[in-house]
Design a protein around this ligand. Structure first.
Ligand SMILES: [Fe+2]
Length: 252
């Protein structure tokens, strides 16, 4: 599997504090069947990470992975806050794309309802990057405007759901939104959005299976992520009818 959203670089955002923490996450990724991770540290007004800092961090982690014999490859990327992205030039945005492909992981404000979000996303798209929306199921704007995601997808965006959202890690409202978007065919990628090795941990296949979406896991965790990194068209979604979830809720 290919994880397009993970905070694995040490010491530059709310991910691991040190390289040992990054390696612990890497071991979890491998144990759960992931072979490629895009490092997506926050880039925003609160985390002013630059492409140079990110590339240096990726090189450090990859060297440590080789030294430890951990079969995981880390590629550079970023999770760019929408409020920061609108203030960036085309060149700045291009330097933060996922794995050097055409796609930018864009994060809408989580807890604040932001009217005008479509105009802001359109502004970012007009600067030459393609937009993968990070976890819309967790963002207030998408809850208050249930049609917002379908309009953004119609405008060329793709959407990434966070694996833990499907099993209730972020609560029932977020879980219901994630399932609604998935059932409506508005989600293209599942990612871990892992921040550590134990609490917000790596892994995509198990939550997908627990939530009844196992047949979509190869498409969302491998085929679409690979197409986005390579900059080729997204393969068609396999036919799928939602099953009833076999739950094991994380909050119990
Ligand atoms: Fe994230």
């Amino acid at each position: 599997m290919i994880d397009l959203h993970c905070h694995i670089l040490p010491g530059i955002d709310d991910g691991p504090d040190d390289l040992e923490g990054s390696l612990a996450m890497a071991r979890e990724h491998v144990a759960r069947g992931t072979s490629v991770v895009v490092a997506t540290p926050h880039v925003g007004w609160d985390y002013p990470n630059t492409p140079e800092v990110i590339v240096t961090g990726v090189a450090t982690v990859n060297r440590a992975l080789q030294a430890e014999g951990i079969p995981l490859e880390v590629l550079p990327g970023a999770e760019v806050a929408l409020t920061r992205a609108v203030d960036m030039s085309a060149e700045q945005l291009a330097a933060l794309r996922l794995g050097g492909g055409p796609w930018l992981l864009l994060e809408a404000p989580i807890s604040v309802d932001s009217p005008g979000i479509e105009g802001l996303v359109g502004l970012v798209q007009s600067r030459g990057v393609r937009v993968l929306l990070a976890h819309p199921e967790r963002c207030a704007s998408f809850h208050t405007d249930p049609e917002l995601l379908s309009r953004l997808v119609a405008a060329g965006c793709l959407a990434q759901v966070t694996a833990g959202a499907l099993t209730g890690f972020f609560g029932r409202t977020v879980e219901a939104a994630a399932r609604r978007y998935l059932d409506a065919g508005l989600v293209h990628v599942v990612a871990s959005d892992a921040h550590d090795a134990t609490h917000r941990a790596p892994g995509m296949a198990e939550p997908m299976e627990a939530a009844g979406y196992a047949p979509l896991a190869p498409w969302m965790a491998t085929h679409v992520p690979r197409a986005l990194l390579e900059g080729v068209p997204v393969p068609p979604r396999p036919p799928f009818i939602a099953e009833k979830p076999k739950k094991k809720r994380f909050w119990r």
